[in-house]
Design a protein. Sequence first.
Length: 338
Amino acid sequence: MTDLQNRDYSADERSRLAEQGKALPDGSFPIADREDLENAIQAFGRASDPAAAKAHIKKRARALGAEDLIPEGWNSVDPSELKSRLKRPLARLQNAQTDWFRIQNKAGSTPEVFIYDEIGYFGHSAKDFSDSLATIDSDELTVHLNSPGGDIFDGLAIYQSLKNHSAKVNIVVDGLAASIASVIAMAADNLVMAPKATMMIHDGWSMSMGNAGEMRKMADLLDKQSDIIASVYADRTGQPADFWRDRMKDETWYSADEALAAGLIDEVEGQAKKVTDPFDLSVFAHAGRENAPAPKNQTAPVVEAKVEETVAEVKTEEAPAFTWDFAGFKSALKEGLK
């Protein structure tokens, strides 16, 4: 193992820290406190998977409230990454392929919408999508998703246009629903993922140019948009927005089964549907078993002591044992005969 092995953690300790998310899955880069974090940053160059190590270190820095230790360069945009992100949209534009969605509305069948590319970017806008969607006059429609995401504002507009449509909206994640595509998925009345499909959520990402003031404005805007996105996940799952914002900051990837367990989807294609409780349990202190603490199976020692004291008190107040007074009985009998 070439990765960080600081502070002489044992194999069992590394395994435990990995289960808690405080080390990478193989036990490398264990970060339990600020000292570990400093060591991990210094040893980053030895990581066998730099991207995974960097993401882990940044995540632990946030958890420890020590983001000030993260090198400034780590938060900048890698030019090669930026080029990679723009490669596909530019290729589509050069080939005059500006349609990232298509609608199939045949007579006698349920209308189908296919979002099978990056959303927005140099092509059709959210307005184009909304206008096309408005032409569908049906009680039900199906949206197929396979997208790495795209423009935040277009994605939110598409989410709202699907929520506002009068039809029952079924959304099927056929392959990937990442970034803003995962938000669009949340518009479903019934959300299904294929068994091998993937969903990814993350904080808003953008490019910016200008002075420090302009950069701060962009950062504030991204925070606001990320908060809105977190609220969308919260609306669907019932988990608070802060919970989802933390998952977004970590860039969390879900398999179909994991998305089902998290409450993000309603079912995995070909498997049983998620069971929902039909009762409103909000009147109770805990709204259901999953929100309640574990039952207490042992009586607290202080209660046991009180019980023993009570028993002891009862015992001390018992009447003395009864004994026959034969002499007195004989005397009383004689008096009675007289």
